[in-house]
Design a protein around this ligand. Structure first.
Ligand SMILES: Cc1cc2nc3c(=O)[nH]c(=O)nc-3n(C[C@H](O)[C@H](O)[C@H](O)COP(=O)(O)OP(=O)(O)OC[C@H]3O[C@@H](n4cnc5c(N)ncnc54)[C@H](O)[C@@H]3O)c2cc1C
Length: 375
C-alpha cells in the first residue's frame, strides 16, 4: 500500500496545475489518472482560448479565477516558451437588440476586472477585420490562444521535476474516509486493484467529479453536485484562403442564461479556423465525440451572420468536447464548486465540480486557490 500526503484524482489541466503548484520538497504528492497520458478528456477538446473574464457573474469564482488565470497564463507561457498568441477578440453585434446586450457585457466585464475592454463602432471593427459584418463590437485585447498540450506537458514536467509522481492507467473505483485521511482504491488496466492512503485528496476528475464525490459518501443530489453533460461540436474551415480572411477570434453576442458562448470563430496557432462549439445536453450513457454532419447548415447559418464569406462546402467536421455542467438546460448561472469539505464531514477532501469553461484559462488561478484552502 502506498502512503501519500496528497493524492490528486485526474490529470487534466486543472489536476496538473494543482499538482505543479502544491508539490514541495519533503511532500509526497501523487496523481492518479485512468488514461495512459494526461489531458485525454476535456482538456484537449476545447477552443484553447485564454478568456478575458467578460461573461461571468461578477464576484463568482469563474469571474475572479478567469481574470487572475488569464494574466498568470500569459506570464507562464512567456517564461516557459509555451506556444500562445495574444490574438484578441471581437464580440459582434449585428442588430440593435444585440447592441444593448453588448453594453451589458461591457459593464459585466469591466466590473469583473477586464479593464481593457472597449465598445467600438462597426467601422472600427471593419478596420480591424475587413471581412466581417458588424454593426458594432466589443473589443477584448487580452483574449488569446494557447497550445493546451504544451501547457499540460510543462505542468507535468514541472510537477515531476520536484519529485511528484503520476500513476497512469489507474481508475479510481473506491474512496473511503479513514482515521488519518482517505483510502483510495484504484484498478489498473490489467484489472488489478490496489490501494493508496492519503492525508489529503483533491478530486479533479472532470466529467466524473460528481461520481467521485458520491463514492466517498457525499449526497450529491442534496449538495447540488450532480453534473449534466453538454456536448460541443466543431467544424473546421477547410479552405486556407478563407481561414486567412480573419485574424482575431470572432464571437456572436451570447443568449440569455448562456449555456455556451455561441458558435464562434476560433483561430488556432497554425492559422486554421474552426467554428463552434455548439451546445447540446446529452445523457451520461451517450458519451461520444462524433460530429454530426447534419448540423453543418446550422453552423453556417449562425456564423454567416458575421462571417459572410463562408459557404456550406467550406465546413468539415472537426472535434467535439463535453462540458461538465452543474446547470441544466435553461437553469440560472452556476459557479465552479471548489470546496474543502470539512463542513459536511470530509476534512482534507477538496472537490472541484463543474469545472467547465473558463477552466483552462483559470487553471493557474484554481491551483493557487486550492493551495490556499489546503493550508
Ligand atoms: C467544447 C469546450 C470548449 C471549451 N473551451 C474552453 C476555452 O476556450 N477556454 C477555457 O478556458 N476553457 C474551455 N473549456 C473548458 C476547459 O476545457 C475545462 O474547464 C478544463 O479542460 C477542465 O480541466 P479538468 O482538468 O478539470 O478536467 P479534464 O480535462 O476532464 O480532466 C479530468 C481527468 O480526470 C480523469 N478521471 C476521471 N475519472 C477518473 C477516475 N475515476 N479515476 C482516475 N482518473 C479519472 C479523466 O480521465 C481526466 O483526464 C472548454 C470546454 C469544452 C467542453
Amino acid at each position: 500500500m502506498q502512503e501519500n500526503d496528497i493524492l490528486i484524482i485526474g490529470a487534466g489541466v486543472v489536476g496538473l496545475a494543482i499538482a505543479a503548484r502544491i508539490m514541495k520538497d519533503n511532500r509526497s504528492v501523487y496523481i492518479v489518472e485512468r488514461h495512459d497520458a494526461f489531458g485525454r478528456e476535456t482538456s484537449s477538446r476545447n477552443s484553447e482560448v485564454m478568456h478575458a473574464g467578460i461573461y461571468y457573474k461578477t464576484g463568482s469564482l469563474k469571474a475572479k479565477l478567469c481574470i487572475e488565470g488569464n494574466k498568470k497564463l500569459y506570464e507562464i507561457c512567456a517564461k516557459n516558451r509555451i506556444p500562445h498568441k495574444r490574438i484578441e477578440k471581437l464580440i459582434i453585434a449585428t442588430n440593435v437588440e444585440e447592441e444593448a446586450d453588448l453594453e451589458e457585457l461591457f459593464e459585466c466585464g469591466k466590473n469583473n476586472g477586464a479593464d481593457d475592454l472597449r465598445i467600438i463602432s462597426g467601422q472600427e471593427a471593419k478596420k480591424m477585420e475587413p471581412n466581417i459584418k458588424a454593426r458594432s463590437a466589443l473589443y477584448s485585447p487580452s483574449t488569446g490562444i494557447i497550445d493546451s498540450h504544451s501547457f499540460m506537458k510543462y505542468l507535468e514536467q514541472s510537477f515531476k521535476s520536484k519529485g511528484g509522481e503520476v500513476a497512469y492507467n489507474c481508475d479510481v473505483v473506491g474512496l473511503r474516509k479513514i482515521n488519518a485521511g482517505y483510502e483510495v482504491r484504484v484498478r489498473d488496466s490489467s484489472g488489478e486493484a490496489f490501494t493508496f492512503n492519503s492525508h489529503l485528496v483533491v478530486n479533479s476528475a472532470g466529467l466524473e467529479a460528481d461520481a467521485i464525490a458520491k463514492l466517498v459518501g457525499i449526497d450529491i443530489q442534496k449538495h447540488n453536485y450532480s453534473l449534466k453533460y453538454c456536448k460541443g461540436q466543431y467544424f473546421r474551415v477547410n479552405n486556407s484562403r478563407k481561414s486567412a480572411l480573419i485574424g482575431k477570434l470572432i464571437y456572436p453576442v451570447p443568449h440569455e442564461k448562456i449555456t455556451s458562448l455561441g458558435v464562434h470563430a476560433t483561430k488556432d496557432l497554425t492559422g486554421g479556423l474552426r467554428l463552434g462549439p455548439d451546445a447540446n445536453y446529452i445523457s451520461r450513457e451517450n458519451i461520444n465525440y462524433d460530429v454530426d454532419l447534419s448540423q453543418r447548415k446550422v453552423f453556417l447559418e449562425s456564423a454567416s451572420r458575421f462571417l459572410p464569406f463562408l459557404k456550406e462546402e467550406d465546413l468539415v467536421p472537426d472535434t467535439a468536447g463535453i462540458r461538465p455542467k452543474l446547470q441544466g438546460s435553461g437553469d440560472n448561472f452556476r459557479d465552479f464548486v471548489i470546496k474543502e469539505e470539512s463542513g459536511i464531514g470530509f476534512p482534507g477532501l477538496v472537490n472541484l465540480i463543474g469545472i467547465e469553461s473558463p477552466g483552462l484559462t483559470s487553471a493557474p488561478a484554481i491551483a493557487r486557490y486550492v493551495e490556499s484552502i489546503l493550508r
